[in-house]
Write a protein that binds this ligand. Sequence first.
Ligand code: FMN
Length: 348
Amino acid sequence: MFSLTRRLLFLLPPEVAHDFSMATLDGAQKLGLMRLAANPVKAPVQLLGLTFQNRVGLAAGLDKNADHIGGLAQLGFGFLEVGTVTPKPQPGNDRPRLFRIPERQALINRMGFNNKGVDHLVEQLATKPRPSIPIGINIGKNRNTSNEEALGDYLHCLEALYEAADYITVNLSSPNTPGLRALQEGQALQNLVAGLMQKRTAMAEKLGRCVPLLVKIAPDIDPTPLTELADTLLEAGVDGIIATNTTLDRQGVAGCKHAEEVGGLSGQPLTEKSTDIVRKLRAHIGDNCVLIAAGGIASAKDALDKVNAGADLVQIYTGLIYRGPSVVSESALALANMPCESGHSSSK
Ligand SMILES: Cc1cc2nc3c(=O)[nH]c(=O)nc-3n(C[C@H](O)[C@H](O)[C@H](O)COP(=O)(O)O)c2cc1C
Protein backbone atom coordinates (compact mmCIF):
# COMPACT_ATOMS: atom_id res chain seq x y z
CA MET A 1 0.00 0.00 0.00
CA PHE A 2 2.74 2.48 0.94
CA SER A 3 4.76 1.66 -2.18
CA LEU A 4 1.85 2.89 -4.35
CA THR A 5 1.43 6.02 -2.21
CA ARG A 6 5.14 6.64 -2.46
CA ARG A 7 5.14 6.24 -6.22
CA LEU A 8 2.42 8.89 -6.50
CA LEU A 9 4.06 11.23 -3.99
CA PHE A 10 7.39 10.94 -5.81
CA LEU A 11 5.73 12.36 -8.93
CA LEU A 12 5.54 15.66 -7.01
CA PRO A 13 8.48 17.93 -6.18
CA PRO A 14 9.82 16.86 -2.74
CA GLU A 15 8.59 19.87 -0.77
CA VAL A 16 5.15 19.77 -2.39
CA ALA A 17 4.95 16.05 -1.52
CA HIS A 18 5.93 16.90 2.06
CA ASP A 19 3.25 19.59 2.42
CA PHE A 20 0.63 17.34 0.82
CA SER A 21 1.53 14.43 3.14
CA MET A 22 1.32 16.64 6.21
CA ALA A 23 -2.05 18.06 5.13
CA THR A 24 -3.35 14.51 4.55
CA LEU A 25 -2.05 13.39 7.93
CA ASP A 26 -3.76 16.34 9.63
CA GLY A 27 -7.01 15.59 7.81
CA ALA A 28 -6.90 11.90 8.72
CA GLN A 29 -6.19 12.77 12.32
CA LYS A 30 -9.10 15.21 12.51
CA LEU A 31 -11.44 12.54 11.12
CA GLY A 32 -10.20 10.07 13.73
CA LEU A 33 -8.80 7.77 11.03
CA MET A 34 -5.29 7.78 12.46
CA ARG A 35 -6.48 6.36 15.75
CA LEU A 36 -8.16 3.48 13.91
CA ALA A 37 -4.99 2.70 11.93
CA ALA A 38 -2.55 3.22 14.79
CA ASN A 39 -1.03 0.26 16.53
CA PRO A 40 1.85 1.77 18.48
CA VAL A 41 4.47 -0.47 20.04
CA LYS A 42 4.24 0.06 23.77
CA ALA A 43 7.60 -0.78 25.25
CA PRO A 44 8.20 2.03 27.74
CA VAL A 45 11.75 3.16 28.45
CA GLN A 46 12.73 5.49 31.31
CA LEU A 47 15.50 7.90 30.43
CA LEU A 48 16.24 11.56 31.17
CA GLY A 49 13.48 11.46 33.78
CA LEU A 50 10.94 10.83 30.99
CA THR A 51 8.95 7.83 29.85
CA PHE A 52 9.46 7.10 26.15
CA GLN A 53 6.64 4.95 24.69
CA ASN A 54 9.25 3.02 22.73
CA ARG A 55 12.83 3.65 21.56
CA VAL A 56 12.00 5.10 18.13
CA GLY A 57 11.49 8.83 17.70
CA LEU A 58 10.89 11.29 14.88
CA ALA A 59 14.06 13.22 14.00
CA ALA A 60 14.07 17.02 13.88
CA GLY A 61 13.26 18.89 10.70
CA LEU A 62 10.13 17.12 9.51
CA ASP A 63 7.80 19.17 11.73
CA LYS A 64 9.78 22.35 12.27
CA ASN A 65 6.87 24.31 13.76
CA ALA A 66 5.00 21.62 15.72
CA ASP A 67 2.11 22.05 13.28
CA HIS A 68 1.46 18.31 12.89
CA ILE A 69 2.21 16.71 16.25
CA GLY A 70 -1.23 15.11 16.64
CA GLY A 71 -1.00 13.06 13.43
CA LEU A 72 2.71 12.32 13.74
CA ALA A 73 2.27 10.98 17.26
CA GLN A 74 -0.15 8.41 15.86
CA LEU A 75 2.41 6.94 13.46
CA GLY A 76 3.76 4.81 16.32
CA PHE A 77 6.70 6.92 17.45
CA GLY A 78 7.87 6.67 21.05
CA PHE A 79 8.71 10.39 21.04
CA LEU A 80 8.79 13.36 18.68
CA GLU A 81 11.40 16.03 18.14
CA VAL A 82 10.10 19.25 16.58
CA GLY A 83 12.14 22.20 15.21
CA THR A 84 14.70 23.40 14.45
CA VAL A 85 13.15 26.63 15.61
CA THR A 86 14.94 29.98 15.74
CA PRO A 87 14.06 33.12 17.76
CA LYS A 88 12.66 34.99 14.75
CA PRO A 89 10.77 33.45 11.82
CA GLN A 90 12.88 33.02 8.69
CA PRO A 91 12.15 31.75 5.16
CA GLY A 92 15.18 29.50 4.73
CA ASN A 93 17.04 29.10 1.46
CA ASP A 94 15.52 29.56 -1.99
CA ARG A 95 13.76 26.61 -3.60
CA PRO A 96 14.55 24.03 -4.83
CA ARG A 97 16.31 23.05 -1.61
CA LEU A 98 15.30 19.41 -1.13
CA PHE A 99 16.36 16.62 -3.51
CA ARG A 100 15.62 12.89 -3.66
CA ILE A 101 18.18 10.28 -4.63
CA PRO A 102 15.89 7.24 -4.82
CA GLU A 103 18.53 4.76 -6.01
CA ARG A 104 20.32 5.29 -2.68
CA GLN A 105 17.21 5.95 -0.54
CA ALA A 106 18.74 9.31 0.29
CA LEU A 107 17.88 13.00 0.43
CA ILE A 108 19.96 16.13 0.12
CA ASN A 109 18.54 19.21 1.81
CA ARG A 110 19.62 22.80 2.20
CA MET A 111 16.43 24.02 3.84
CA GLY A 112 18.32 26.55 6.00
CA PHE A 113 16.16 26.51 9.15
CA ASN A 114 12.96 27.67 7.45
CA ASN A 115 10.59 28.09 10.40
CA LYS A 116 7.83 30.28 11.82
CA GLY A 117 9.84 31.34 14.88
CA VAL A 118 9.75 30.49 18.53
CA ASP A 119 6.52 32.35 19.41
CA HIS A 120 4.55 30.31 16.90
CA LEU A 121 5.95 27.05 18.28
CA VAL A 122 5.12 28.05 21.86
CA GLU A 123 1.58 28.85 20.77
CA GLN A 124 1.20 25.54 18.94
CA LEU A 125 2.25 23.54 21.97
CA ALA A 126 0.08 25.61 24.31
CA THR A 127 -3.09 25.36 22.27
CA LYS A 128 -3.01 21.92 20.60
CA PRO A 129 -3.92 18.73 22.44
CA ARG A 130 -0.65 17.31 23.69
CA PRO A 131 0.19 13.76 22.59
CA SER A 132 0.99 11.37 25.43
CA ILE A 133 4.60 10.88 24.26
CA PRO A 134 7.60 13.12 25.04
CA ILE A 135 8.14 16.12 22.78
CA GLY A 136 11.68 17.36 22.36
CA ILE A 137 12.28 20.80 20.86
CA ASN A 138 15.32 21.43 18.69
CA ILE A 139 16.65 25.00 18.82
CA GLY A 140 18.97 26.97 16.54
CA LYS A 141 20.16 30.46 15.75
CA ASN A 142 18.86 32.82 13.08
CA ARG A 143 20.94 32.97 9.92
CA ASN A 144 21.77 36.65 10.45
CA THR A 145 23.01 36.14 13.99
CA SER A 146 26.80 35.89 14.11
CA ASN A 147 28.48 33.00 15.92
CA GLU A 148 29.73 35.51 18.52
CA GLU A 149 26.11 36.35 19.31
CA ALA A 150 24.73 32.83 18.89
CA LEU A 151 24.42 32.19 22.63
CA GLY A 152 21.82 34.97 22.83
CA ASP A 153 19.62 33.19 20.25
CA TYR A 154 19.93 29.82 21.98
CA LEU A 155 19.18 31.36 25.40
CA HIS A 156 16.14 33.13 23.97
CA CYS A 157 14.78 29.82 22.63
CA LEU A 158 15.64 27.90 25.80
CA GLU A 159 13.80 30.37 27.98
CA ALA A 160 10.78 30.73 25.70
CA LEU A 161 10.36 26.96 25.24
CA TYR A 162 11.39 25.71 28.66
CA GLU A 163 7.89 25.05 29.97
CA ALA A 164 6.65 23.49 26.73
CA ALA A 165 9.54 21.08 26.20
CA ASP A 166 10.08 17.59 27.56
CA TYR A 167 13.69 17.96 26.42
CA ILE A 168 15.59 20.57 24.46
CA THR A 169 18.15 19.85 21.73
CA VAL A 170 20.81 22.41 20.91
CA ASN A 171 21.46 22.06 17.20
CA LEU A 172 25.08 22.88 16.37
CA SER A 173 25.31 20.68 13.33
CA SER A 174 23.14 21.84 10.46
CA PRO A 175 25.36 22.29 7.40
CA ASN A 176 22.90 24.82 5.97
CA THR A 177 23.46 27.74 8.33
CA PRO A 178 26.86 29.14 7.38
CA GLY A 179 29.47 28.64 10.11
CA LEU A 180 27.13 26.85 12.53
CA ARG A 181 29.31 23.75 12.82
CA ALA A 182 32.21 25.88 14.09
CA LEU A 183 30.22 26.12 17.34
CA GLN A 184 31.02 22.44 17.94
CA GLU A 185 34.66 23.29 18.57
CA GLY A 186 36.96 24.60 21.29
CA GLN A 187 36.23 27.73 23.27
CA ALA A 188 33.13 28.57 21.23
CA LEU A 189 31.55 25.27 22.33
CA GLN A 190 32.64 25.69 25.94
CA ASN A 191 31.16 29.17 26.19
CA LEU A 192 27.94 28.13 24.52
CA VAL A 193 27.21 25.07 26.65
CA ALA A 194 28.33 26.81 29.85
CA GLY A 195 25.91 29.67 29.16
CA LEU A 196 23.08 27.27 28.34
CA MET A 197 23.63 25.07 31.39
CA GLN A 198 23.67 28.14 33.62
CA LYS A 199 20.34 29.29 32.19
CA ARG A 200 18.92 25.76 32.53
CA THR A 201 19.87 25.69 36.22
CA ALA A 202 18.23 29.09 36.77
CA MET A 203 15.05 27.99 34.95
CA ALA A 204 14.93 24.71 36.87
CA GLU A 205 15.14 26.60 40.18
CA LYS A 206 12.52 29.09 39.10
CA LEU A 207 10.02 26.58 37.72
CA GLY A 208 10.83 23.52 39.81
CA ARG A 209 11.42 21.25 36.79
CA CYS A 210 14.71 20.32 35.23
CA VAL A 211 14.36 20.02 31.44
CA PRO A 212 17.07 17.78 29.94
CA LEU A 213 19.47 19.51 27.56
CA LEU A 214 20.94 17.58 24.62
CA VAL A 215 23.35 18.61 21.88
CA LYS A 216 23.05 17.41 18.28
CA ILE A 217 26.29 16.86 16.43
CA ALA A 218 27.48 16.35 12.86
CA PRO A 219 28.80 13.06 11.45
CA ASP A 220 31.72 14.81 9.75
CA ILE A 221 34.04 14.88 12.76
CA ASP A 222 37.43 13.18 13.07
CA PRO A 223 38.16 10.99 16.13
CA THR A 224 40.22 13.53 18.11
CA PRO A 225 37.84 16.47 17.77
CA LEU A 226 35.00 14.03 18.52
CA THR A 227 36.44 13.02 21.88
CA GLU A 228 37.24 16.66 22.69
CA LEU A 229 33.67 17.60 21.86
CA ALA A 230 32.32 14.78 24.03
CA ASP A 231 34.59 15.79 26.93
CA THR A 232 33.39 19.39 26.76
CA LEU A 233 29.75 18.31 26.76
CA LEU A 234 30.24 15.91 29.66
CA GLU A 235 32.17 18.46 31.72
CA ALA A 236 29.41 20.99 31.18
CA GLY A 237 26.88 18.38 32.36
CA VAL A 238 24.68 18.07 29.28
CA ASP A 239 22.21 15.21 29.57
CA GLY A 240 22.51 13.71 26.14
CA ILE A 241 23.99 13.77 22.66
CA ILE A 242 22.13 13.25 19.39
CA ALA A 243 24.36 11.73 16.72
CA THR A 244 24.04 12.59 13.94
CA ASN A 245 22.80 15.31 11.66
CA THR A 246 23.26 15.07 7.86
CA THR A 247 26.65 14.67 6.16
CA LEU A 248 28.61 16.74 3.67
CA ASP A 249 30.31 13.57 2.41
CA ARG A 250 29.14 12.53 -1.06
CA GLN A 251 30.94 9.19 -1.40
CA GLY A 252 27.77 7.17 -0.99
CA VAL A 253 25.98 8.96 -3.83
CA ALA A 254 28.84 9.56 -6.29
CA GLY A 255 27.57 9.59 -9.86
CA CYS A 256 23.89 9.91 -8.90
CA LYS A 257 21.65 12.71 -10.10
CA HIS A 258 21.63 15.58 -7.54
CA ALA A 259 24.74 14.20 -5.78
CA GLU A 260 26.49 17.54 -6.22
CA GLU A 261 23.69 19.68 -4.81
CA VAL A 262 24.84 21.77 -1.86
CA GLY A 263 23.41 20.66 1.47
CA GLY A 264 23.29 17.78 3.93
CA LEU A 265 22.94 14.17 2.81
CA SER A 266 20.67 11.84 4.81
CA GLY A 267 19.38 8.30 4.48
CA GLN A 268 21.14 5.07 3.55
CA PRO A 269 24.56 6.55 2.59
CA LEU A 270 24.77 7.99 6.11
CA THR A 271 23.95 4.79 8.00
CA GLU A 272 27.47 3.44 8.62
CA LYS A 273 29.04 6.82 9.18
CA SER A 274 26.61 7.81 11.92
CA THR A 275 26.71 4.36 13.54
CA ASP A 276 30.48 4.69 13.69
CA ILE A 277 30.18 8.04 15.48
CA VAL A 278 27.73 6.49 17.98
CA ARG A 279 30.13 3.58 18.62
CA LYS A 280 33.10 5.90 19.17
CA LEU A 281 31.11 8.22 21.40
CA ARG A 282 29.80 5.41 23.58
CA ALA A 283 33.26 3.89 23.91
CA HIS A 284 34.55 7.27 25.07
CA ILE A 285 31.77 8.46 27.39
CA GLY A 286 30.75 5.18 29.03
CA ASP A 287 27.34 5.30 30.71
CA ASN A 288 27.51 8.97 31.62
CA CYS A 289 25.26 10.41 29.00
CA VAL A 290 22.18 9.46 27.00
CA LEU A 291 22.89 8.84 23.32
CA ILE A 292 20.23 9.21 20.65
CA ALA A 293 21.21 7.89 17.23
CA ALA A 294 19.95 9.27 13.93
CA GLY A 295 21.24 8.63 10.44
CA GLY A 296 20.04 6.25 7.78
CA ILE A 297 17.68 4.04 9.77
CA ALA A 298 15.42 2.38 7.21
CA SER A 299 14.86 -1.06 8.78
CA ALA A 300 14.70 -2.92 12.06
CA LYS A 301 18.27 -4.06 11.46
CA ASP A 302 19.50 -0.48 11.09
CA ALA A 303 17.82 0.43 14.38
CA LEU A 304 19.30 -2.63 16.13
CA ASP A 305 22.75 -1.74 14.80
CA LYS A 306 22.49 1.73 16.31
CA VAL A 307 21.51 0.39 19.72
CA ASN A 308 24.19 -2.30 19.56
CA ALA A 309 26.68 0.49 18.83
CA GLY A 310 25.62 2.21 22.06
CA ALA A 311 22.49 4.25 21.42
CA ASP A 312 19.71 4.40 24.01
CA LEU A 313 17.11 5.71 21.57
CA VAL A 314 16.96 6.22 17.81
CA GLN A 315 15.37 8.77 15.49
CA ILE A 316 14.19 8.49 11.89
CA TYR A 317 13.52 11.02 9.13
CA THR A 318 14.57 9.86 5.64
CA GLY A 319 13.60 6.22 6.28
CA LEU A 320 10.04 7.40 6.86
CA ILE A 321 9.97 9.04 3.41
CA TYR A 322 11.20 5.89 1.64
CA ARG A 323 9.65 3.14 3.77
CA GLY A 324 6.57 4.80 5.28
CA PRO A 325 5.32 4.40 8.85
CA SER A 326 5.99 0.62 8.90
CA VAL A 327 9.67 1.38 9.52
CA VAL A 328 8.68 2.96 12.84
CA SER A 329 6.72 -0.01 14.19
CA GLU A 330 9.19 -2.60 12.78
CA SER A 331 12.10 -0.83 14.43
CA ALA A 332 10.27 -0.24 17.71
CA LEU A 333 9.25 -3.90 17.88
CA ALA A 334 12.75 -5.16 17.13
CA LEU A 335 14.21 -2.93 19.83
CA ALA A 336 11.52 -3.95 22.31
CA ASN A 337 12.36 -7.62 21.71
CA MET A 338 16.10 -7.17 21.97
CA PRO A 339 17.67 -9.55 24.47
CA CYS A 340 18.43 -7.67 27.72
CA GLU A 341 22.17 -8.35 27.64
CA SER A 342 22.62 -6.73 24.21
CA GLY A 343 22.01 -3.09 23.46
CA HIS A 344 22.65 -0.29 25.84
CA SER A 345 21.02 1.63 28.64
CA SER A 346 22.51 4.76 30.07
CA SER A 347 22.37 5.40 33.76
CA LYS A 348 20.73 8.84 33.24
C1 FMN B 1 14.64 17.76 4.85
C2 FMN B 1 15.40 17.62 6.14
C3 FMN B 1 15.36 18.67 7.05
C4 FMN B 1 16.06 18.56 8.25
N1 FMN B 1 15.98 19.57 9.16
C5 FMN B 1 16.61 19.45 10.35
C6 FMN B 1 16.50 20.46 11.33
O1 FMN B 1 15.80 21.47 11.14
N2 FMN B 1 17.17 20.29 12.50
C7 FMN B 1 17.94 19.18 12.75
O2 FMN B 1 18.52 19.08 13.84
N3 FMN B 1 18.04 18.19 11.85
C8 FMN B 1 17.40 18.31 10.66
N4 FMN B 1 17.51 17.30 9.75
C9 FMN B 1 18.37 16.13 10.04
C10 FMN B 1 17.58 14.96 10.61
O3 FMN B 1 16.97 15.30 11.83
C11 FMN B 1 18.51 13.75 10.84
O4 FMN B 1 19.45 14.06 11.84
C12 FMN B 1 19.27 13.34 9.58
O5 FMN B 1 18.48 13.50 8.43
C13 FMN B 1 19.74 11.88 9.65
O6 FMN B 1 18.66 11.00 9.83
P1 FMN B 1 17.92 10.25 8.60
O7 FMN B 1 18.97 9.62 7.76
O8 FMN B 1 16.98 9.28 9.26
O9 FMN B 1 17.20 11.31 7.85
C14 FMN B 1 16.81 17.38 8.53
C15 FMN B 1 16.83 16.34 7.61
C16 FMN B 1 16.14 16.45 6.42
C17 FMN B 1 16.17 15.30 5.44
